[in-house]
Design a protein around this ligand. Structure first.
Ligand SMILES: *Cc1c(COP(=O)(O)O)cnc(C)c1O
Length: 408
């Protein structure tokens, strides 16, 4: 490849996009932008255009782009040791697990490479827990309609959007679906085979629907009564996004298993499932589960640095402050524009529901240098870096208002 060193790229965006479409499997309808670099809460495409990023790689880049301390820690670990396999111990994994235990209040941690894999592990742990109790192999899991848990077969099987599952049936089986925030719909699906109830503390892809406190309390009580495991998916809503390390921490309950990923690595592909001691001691044992890369020193050095920087920079306090400001500005849009129906969410995980599909607004915003994403056809999702400031919220609102006026 001949590199044009003046621009740093040998082709323009159109040429790269044509090339991409000739070599990559077409599983995404991508926006026509080739991104090149990031700095703070801004991204730049290969032609130098700047974008204010309110998606942060789908809730991944919590610390913003090009964070020097984070980058330096990764570089140092690259020079030291990238990978060992899980036949041996490594210090970053031990440190990362200790820190994660501290912020989550969970007891046992298994590191994975992605969110979907963490969900797979959570499902296996729940099934094994139930199997050790009664020896049966027909246990059921209750998941929620409109949920999203990932694209691997197990995670897909508990994802409550039929169109994602249909062509790939049969799934893992013995999954029942209920409605988030409708306790009776959950209770009516419980049988003597139910081993777990699984949901996102705040539904992300499904349209930014937080679990209500009442629902959370009732489900938790039901789980305790029947020794059913409560599994919370915190892959999108966790890691500080709602102003708590994990969104469930504001409800005064605790899950038996939770899954984390996305911002846990802030760009390095990682995930984890976390268990209470009760489940950890009575589920997956030696030989039951494994991964080649999961928990390797490089990935775990990333987790360690992320958690250290969260603390040092008081990221949760920033989410509390700027999240409240974002809510207020979005509420103003609901009041001002007829086509904007409702705001939902907590902290820096917000959704704005429109009365029509939001595609045209998102495209117009991109044109004006603002990256937004949707959640379902009628909802714009706001998932900025957790280090964002009020002035960037104002900048975003300014561009979005221009789009609302233009597309009205
Ligand atoms: C993104 C996401 C997943 C899947 O994570 P991957 O890393 O893409 O496999 C699962 N659950 C929720 C809530 C998510 O947002």
């Amino acid at each position: 490849m001949i590199i044009n060193h003046e621009r740093g790229h040998d082709m323009d965006m159109k040429e790269y996009i044509d090339e991409a479409e000739s070599v990559l499997l077409h599983t995404y309808n991508r926006y026509p932008v080739v991104l090149d670099k990031g700095d703070g809460v801004y991204l730049y495409d290969i032609e130098g255009k700047r974008y204010l990023d309110f998606a942060s790689g789908i809730a991944v880049f919590a610390l913003g782009y090009h964070n020097k301390e984070y980058g330096d820690a990764l570089k140092a670990q690259i020079d030291k040791l990238l990978h060992t396999s899980n036949y041996y111990y490594n210090v970053p994994a031990i440190e990362a697990a200790k820190k994660l235990k501290e912020i989550s209040g969970m007891d046992r941690i298994f590191f994975t490479n992605s969110g979907a894999e963490a969900v797979e592990g959570a499902i296996k742990a729940a099934r094994k827990y139930a199997y050790l109790k009664d020896g049966r192999t027909d246990h059921e899991i209750i998941a929620m309609n409109h949920s999203f848990h990932g694209r691997t077969m197990g995670a897909l099987s508990v994802t409550g959007t039929p169109k994602y599952r249909e062509a790939f049936e049969p799934g893992i089986g013995n999954i029942r679906f209920a409605e988030l925030n409708d306790f009776d719909s959950v209770r009516s699906q419980v049988t003597d085979k139910t081993c777990a109830i699984l949901f996102e503390t705040v539904q992300g892809e499904g349209g930014i629907y937080p679990a209500t406190e009442e629902f959370m309390r009732e489900v938790k009580a039901l789980c305790e009564e029947k020794d059913i495991l409560l599994i919370l998916d915190e892959i999108q809503c966790g890691m500080g996004r709602t102003g708590h390390y994990y969104a469930w921490q504001r409800y005064g309950i605790k899950p038996d298993i939770m899954v984390s990923a996305k911002a846990l690595g802030c760009g390095v592909p990682v995930g984890a499932f976390l268990l209470t001691e009760k489940v950890g001691a009575h589920s997956l044992a030696a030989g039951d589960h494994g991964t080649t890369y999961g928990g390797n020193p490089f990935a775990c050095a990333a987790i360690c640095k992320v958690l250290e920087l969260f603390e040092k920079n008081d990221v949760l306090a920033n989410v509390g402050r700027v999240g409240a400001y974002l809510e207020q500005r979005l509420d103003q849009l609901v009041q001002t524009y007829d086509q904007v129906k409702e705001r939902r969410g907590c902290g820096l995980m917000q959704g704005l529901e429109f009365d029509t599909p939001v595609g045209p607004y998102i495209n117009a915003a991109l044109e004006k240098g603002l990256i937004l994403i949707n959640a379902g056809s009628n909802i714009i999702r706001f998932l900025p870096a957790l280090v964002i400031g009020e002035e960037q919220v104002d900048e975003m609102i300014g561009i979005l208002e221009a789009c609302l006026a233009q597309e009205a």
